[in-house]
Design a protein around this ligand. Structure first.
Ligand SMILES: Cc1ncc(COP(=O)(O)O)c(C=O)c1O
Length: 361
């Protein structure tokens, strides 16, 4: 395409997990929350007035940022930036802190959007492999780049990097360290205290997973006001719509619903992990709402993925180094987990007449 920017020519663009519309499928491929959001959120949406829709929303989402600051224990709204999903915040961070031609670094494997954002921006992506247990390797600390993205707990492994490793990284890395905590509400600790301790720490969060609001698109980051100011310069004028602002406020207010929902998912994660291990999968310890089920036998992970799909159960398969022998499976509802376990048992017992034929279906 002759009109495209030079940097875009070889860029494929980010490919999100599929959102199939067939009724009755069990969808365990994009780490959505299986349970509904707080009823208060649905009520807040129903109460959206004509005026709120007719007029532009608050361009700086002040009330929501105030509520986030209070809830997450930072001094005030100037420590918080909100976005149209955390993906929007990630994009703002790249555009605020990285010049085209610079290098962005990340451990591998990780959330693939970072690489796409780097490519779109004309920046280079430098990966440093995680070790065999999906933990940071020594080489990570000595690698230099303009900015660093680290998902904690990690996706797609689910593994939680140690706090002291994160502290060392923030101390030694000369540039902003974006700690992507999309899944931290399912983990035993987090880095929310880091922005106060380290001038280069940015902690990203989303309402998609633990608050069950993927469809609304709402995310935020907490960082020192100097960093937030730079990102605010870049943001779209009205990057968070009025409905999302109202819904976010309502979600934050319902602590009870949040606690019940996240602890149910954690409990189900342990159940799912044990069941998978009982079938012979290796499952790195997950602190998220998904597990990485590693499988090296026959049938192959890819064949199991296809066989599950033929049974209307969709999980995520990455055709990428270190991930080809694995399935990433979202922790679904009790009913979904039961169906998944039954299906896997049948597939591994060879009950599918011919896997090849199923894969083609
Ligand atoms: C590691 C990670 N970061 C960020 C996001 C994006 O979150 P949001 O839905 O708020 O854009 C995701 C979504 O799956 C994710 O897995």
């Amino acid at each position: 395409m002759k009109y495209a920017r030079e940097t875009l020519k070889d860029v494929e663009g980010y490919v999100p997990g599929e959102q199939p519309k067939m009724p009755g499928i069990i969808k365990l491929n994009t780490n959505e929350n299986p349970y509904p959001p707080s009823p208060r959120v649905l009520q807040a949406i129903q109460e959206i007035s004509t005026e709120m829709v007719r007029k532009y929303p608050d361009p700086v989402s002040l009330r929501l940022r105030e509520a986030i600051a209070e809830k997450y224990g930072v001094e005030g709204p100037d420590w918080v930036i909100v976005g149209n999903g955390m993906d929007d915040v990630l994009s703002m961070a790249v555009r605020a802190f990285v010049d085209p031609g610079d290098t962005i670094m990340s451990p591998y494997p990780t959330y693939t959007l970072y690489e796409t954002l780097a490519q779109l921006h004309g920046a280079k992506m430098q990966y440093v492999d995680l070790d065999g247990e999906f933990q940071l390797s020594e080489q990570f600390y000595s690698t230099k780049a303009r900015m660093c993205f680290i998902t904690r707990p990690n996706a797609p492994s689910g593994v939680l990097e140690g706090q002291s490793a994160m502290e060392r990284l923030c101390r030694e890395f000369d540039g902003p360290v974006f700690i992507d905590e999309a899944y931290a509400d399912f983990a035993e600790d987090n880095c929310l205290g880091f922005p106060r301790a380290f001038e280069n720490a940015i902690v990203g969060r989303t309402f998609s997973k633990s608050y069950s609001l993927c469809g609304l698109r709402l995310g935020f980051a907490i960082a020192r006001p100097e960093l937030v100011r730079e990102m605010m310069k870049i943001k779209d004028s009205y990057n968070v719509n009025a409905v999302a602002q109202a819904a976010g406020l309502a979600a934050l207010a319902d602590t009870e619903h949040f606690r019940a929902c996240t602890s149910r998912i954690r409990k189900n994660r342990e159940w799912l992990t044990q069941a998978l291990e009982g079938m012979g999968f290796r499952v790195p310890p997950s602190q998220t709402n998904f597990v990485l089920a590693q499988w090296t036998g026959a049938p192959s992970a890819r064949e199991i993925f296809d066989a599950l799909r033929a049974r209307a159960i969709i999980v995520r398969y990455f055709d990428a180094p270190r991930l080809r022998d694995a399935l990433r499976i979202t922790v679904g509802s009790e009913r979904e987990i039961e169906a998944l376990i039954d299906a896997l048992r049948a597939i591994l017992a060879g009950e599918d007449a011919a896997l090849g034929a199923v894969a083609e279906a």
